[in-house]
Design a protein around this ligand. Structure first.
Ligand code: GDP
Length: 368
């Protein structure tokens, strides 16, 4: 509760008027930042009526989305992600791009604290009229954050942002989630004391489209260059025969070195992938994944919203815990209870009745 709250005061005067889906869509397409922020709050809402509205809005936003270059950015806390976004984002807005920055931070769910999303990050970019920064919503598991970030990304694209950066901490599965929703994954690394390749997840290097050794300035330049050559060797061994080797460079948010090169690599690589059809195929695959994650999530929501089914689920969990029911039988009991409750034949939501529109690649959009 805000410290300024006082009993008896009429707060209806300060509360913004509710918006309809039409109002949201109109505001988003008119690049209205206030409406955009409210639309994202709607997408993040856990209230069933608002979720329904959000689904309708996202469905209507889809034909206007898909035009941006989606960049994933990952690296351990302290590697320099926010400093890089600040410097790199400012370079892009100075060239007339509109940049949205979203973050995925599953740590906030576990620890109650956040490794990203600190208000003091990206001070300059947060006041740039051509940038829009949205921190991670709190209190969600990775699956929920992923859905919301994906939908937020689409809303931002419809609001005219042509570059979307999705940032995450390099912990757990979050970088896989980011790679699954973006076109290009930039991995930031630090030069260490000669053992850079130890403890690095092989999977992360396989997902990377570009590795940048950060903080390559001052006395750290030599160590950064050395680390870059070690990573380049590792990437050579891991190279994807179809996509080739992900380049390794050095950069500094402090003196700006390497930032131009990062943009050149991202823009050229994305254009090349559009021409080859790879990007289109990647986005189609991402849409299929999105569909299944929505199915999973709606089944979970149905479970939670039906007290009788939830009671069956709780009871089944207790019996599995006590060793008197197998997990297989327990799962079947829960699914049977869900369908017996009429979960399978509930009315189709309005959003799904609308004409489906595929999430096309930036080049195709530009052509149409
Ligand atoms: P994040 O946790 O990955 O977002 O990392 P930050 O961007 O907050 O950076 C962590 C620390 O490294 C801060 O103290 C920054 O000032 C410092 N830092 C970030 N980028 C650079 C850089 O390019 N050069 C140098 N020398 N320090 C940097």
């Amino acid at each position: 509760m805000s410290g300024n709250w006082a009993p008896g005061r009429d707060y209806s005067a300060v509360r913004p008027p509710p918006l309809s889906v039409d109002d949201y869509l109109r505001g988003i397409l008119a690049h209205d930042r206030v409406v955009l922020a409210r639309a994202i709050t709607l997408v993040e809402s856990s209230r069933p009526d608002q979720q329904q509205m959000a689904r309708e809005l996202v469905t209507r936003v889809l034909p206007h989305a898909g035009r941006s270059i989606r960049i994933g950015l990952t690296g351990v806390p302290g590697v320099g992600k926010s400093a890089l976004i600040e410097a790199f984002g400012s370079l892009l807005t100075a060239r007339g791009h509109r940049v949205a920055v979203l973050s995925i931070d599953p740590s906030s769910e576990r620890s109650g604290g956040s490794l990203l999303g600190d208000k003091t990050r990206m001070v300059k970019l947060s006041t740039d009229p051509n940038a829009f920064i949205r921190p991670t919503p709190n209190g969600l598991v990775l699956g929920g954050i992923a859905r919301q970030t994906r939908e937020t990304m689409l809303v931002c694209e419809a609001a005219g942002y042509d570059i979307v950066v999705v940032e995450t901490v390099g912990v757990g599965q979050s970088e896989v989630t980011v790679a699954e929703m973006t076109d290009f994954l930039l991995v930031l690394m630090l030069a260490g004391a000669g053992d850079e390749l130890q403890g690095i997840k092989r999977g992360l290097l396989e997902l990377a489209d570009l590795i940048a050794i950060a903080k390559a300035d001052g006395a750290n330049v030599v160590a950064a260059k050395l680390a870059a050559s070690k990573y380049a060797y590792a990437m050579h061994l891991l190279a994807d025969p179809e996509q080739g080797m992900a380049p390794v460079i050095t950069c500094s948010a402090l003196d700006g070195s390497g930032l131009e090169e990062i943009w050149k690599i991202i823009s050229e690589r994305t254009a090349e992938r559009e021409r080859s059809g790879y990007l289109h195929a990647r986005r189609i695959e991402q849409n299929i994944n999105w569909m299944w994650s929505l199915v999973d999530q709606q089944i979970h929501d149905m479970l939670r919203q039906r007290p009788a089914v939830e009671a069956v689920a709780r009871n089944a969990a207790t019996r599995v815990h006590d060793g008197v029911l197998s997990p297989i039988m327990a799962a079947e009991t829960i699914i049977s209870a869900l369908f017996a409750e009429g979960g399978a034949d509930r009315p189709m939501p309005a959003a799904s009745r609308a004409l489906p529109t595929t999430d096309r690649s930036p080049l195709e959009k530009a052509k149409s």
